[in-house]
Design a protein around this ligand. Structure first.
Ligand SMILES: [Zn+2]
Length: 136
């Protein structure tokens, strides 16, 4: 299992990344390019989501540095979520999630998880567990 990540703008996937067993980086250039070409860009539609191994729903120091950097880059707070799948079975998308923003400290929020669709979960799980980007 490796970490993977997507960046959503509303319901639309604007970046997909495959990482290693302990790390993944968001494709910042793709996000920036999307922002540049998007009319009426609204930062609070951005949502940075990445997968951790099962049982590790806590954010790491790397995650903390990352979210601080994203805030600086975008000049406002961004949404940041960690997803853990409960198993490697593609027929079972059961998962846990925690969502944060950073404003002087990490703040966990209740997020409307209906906004993360089965498609988003399938993309993340097939990347993390099978190394396959189903959108390609
Ligand atoms: Zn992480």
């Amino acid at each position: 299992m490796v970490e993977s990540a997507i960046v959503l703008y509303g319901n639309k996937i604007i970046d997909i990344s495959l990482g290693t067993a302990v790390h993944v980086e968001f494709g910042f250039e793709n996000v920036w390019e999307f922002k540049r070409t998007c009319k009426d860009f609204y930062i609070h539609n951005l949502h940075f989501i990445h997968v951790h191994p099962e049982g590790f729903l806590n954010y790491s120091m790397t995650d903390l540095n990352c979210i601080q950097g994203l805030n600086l880059a975008f000049g406002d707070v961004v949404l940041f979520s960690i997803v853990c799948f409960k198993n490697s079975n593609m027929n079972d998308l059961s998962y846990g999630i925690r969502t944060f923003f950073y404003n002087k400290e990490m703040v966990e929020i209740d997020y409307d998880y209906d906004l993360i669709s089965e498609k988003h979960l399938t993309v993340l799980k097939s990347l993390s567990y099978y190394g396959v980007n189903i959108l390609k």
